[in-house]
Design a protein around this ligand. Structure first.
Ligand SMILES: [Zn+2]
Length: 443
């Protein structure tokens, strides 16, 4: 063996020794057990067991779930090490009933930062799992970035996926708003099944949208899928996609007439209910001042139905008259933190009152007098708020619901509807949620 080969051999040997040492350092704190025990949707218990001869003196749990958020930092929890049969154990439970549970399909990761008696820190390999609602035998279909899970009614999944894809196409073609992140639908076979997957949801809720997770849960019985199910899927998808497109981390928000008008528009051609509500308000000349629809919608279902119809009509007017590029500019100006008046002025050259006057003229309605100085909607009247910039909302009752929703059951609740079927949408749960109530019946 010549000198050059000897040098190479020594270098190789050194490398092997170093790798062995690195491996030894890592295995020095090899846990006997490192797992997360999921009791969905209630809690997740993290358990770490270390051997008796470990030099570890401190353990900090780090965990987080995959979501879209303006401010997202992993949770860091120092956990006490206690002596157990096998050695030392760290045991900590994330009680989701305190924070609100993430929806099914959400990924969770966790790792432990371990500090030994010499102050050296080691981090265990990051592990992950996905929350599932194991009560049901889920089937899945997907297309165009939309994945839909369901378990009841053979035709329900394909039918509702088709509705979602059609709704997405209308959003893209007519409004130029495209899906930014994939969306998951979990279609439960009933509102009751769905509610059991979500902590702290009202007992009349028929759907919940988790904006930060791009996930929508709706309870759709097979016999309501073709009608209520299809329109609800399109309506909720519009809220989610608009929220993605115009996400605001500076506190920007959309007026309710715009938010709901876009969602009703996305449902498709106006239903008989919407047309009837427009005809009635037109004949009686009793449309609400548009400015009054910046905030919460009326709780009474007839007035709420009229508010949705009017909102749809104003959005339809804006799109037909000024096109989709202007609508995108409006949404982005609002997301940038402009007020509704400022954003409208910037894009269309009029404020809310000016827009209302234009829209009324286009419908052949007489002029309505406006106060010289617009009265701002009080902050208290505006729902949710949301770091994500969308008004909160919520619905009416399910086809079979015994009790109607309380008019103001929760802080930040406003009424959101599907056509004339009011829908309550809520922000809360620590996650940005919107709950869809199921309709009692068509008027
Ligand atoms: Zn809505």
């Amino acid at each position: 063996m010549n000198a050059r080969w000897l040098t190479r051999f020594i270098l190789l040997l050194g490398l092997l020794l170093w790798l062995t040492a690195v491996a030894a350092a890592q295995t020095a704190v090899s846990p006997l057990r490192n797992e997360a025990l999921v009791n969905y949707p209630n809690d997740v218990r993290f358990v770490l067991e270390l051997p008796p001869d470990t030099a570890v003196t401190q353990a900090t749990l780090r965990y987080d779930v995959d979501k879209v958020s303006c401010l997202d930092a992993a949770a860091q929890v120092p956990v006490e090490l206690t002596a157990s049969q096998n050695g030392l154990t760290a045991d900590w439970t994330w009680v989701m009933s305190r924070s609100g549970n993430p929806p099914p399909g959400t990924s969770l990761w966790w790792e432990w930062v371990l500090t030994d008696d010499a102050g050296e820190q080691t981090t265990t390999p990051r592990q992950s799992l996905t929350f599932t609602d194991g009560r049901f035998d889920w089937q899945t279909v997907s297309e165009d970035g939309i994945t839909l899970h369901w378990y009841r009614g053979a035709d329900v999944g394909p039918l509702l996926l088709d509705a979602a894809v059609a709704g997405l196409a209308r959003l893209e073609n007519d409004m130029g708003i495209e899906l930014q992140n994939d969306v998951q639908f979990y279609i439960y076979g009933s509102a009751a099944d769905m509610r059991d997957a979500v902590l702290y949801v009202q007992d009349w809720a028929g759907g919940v949208a988790f904006d930060e997770y791009n996930t929508i849960l709706i309870g759709v019985s097979p016999d309501s899928a073709a009608d209520w199910g299809r329109s609800t899927v399109r309506h909720e998808l519009a809220h989610l996609v608009t929220g993605q497109f115009a996400r605001s981390c500076v506190g920007g928000s959309r007026p309710t007439w715009l938010e709901e008008g876009l969602a009703v528009y996305a449902e498709g051609e106006p239903t008989a209910d919407i047309r009837a509500a427009l005809d009635q308000a037109q004949a009686a000349n009793n449309f609400a001042p548009l400015r009054s629809l910046n905030g919460s919608f009326p709780a009474h279902s007839d007035e709420a139905g009229s508010a949705y119809a009017q909102s749809y009509s104003v959005v339809d007017y804006l799109l037909a008259t000024y096109g989709r590029a202007a609508m995108q500019d409006l949404l982005l100006a609002l997301a940038a933190g402009r007020s509704t008046d400022q954003a409208l002025q910037q894009v269309y050259g009029v404020n809310v009152d000016g827009l209302e006057a234009e829209w009324r003229a286009a419908r052949g309605l007489p002029e309505r007098p406006y106060p010289p100085t617009p009265t701002p909607i009080s902050a208290a009247a505006v729902p949710t708020i949301a770091p994500l910039g969308r008004p909160a909302s919520l619905p009416t009752p399910a086809a079979a619901a015994a009790t109607p929703p309380p008019a103001s059951s929760s802080p930040g609740v406003s009424v959101c509807g599907l056509g004339l079927a009011p829908l309550l949408l809520l922000g809360g749960l620590g996650v940005q949620t919107r709950r869809t109530k199921r309709r009692r019946s068509r008027p």
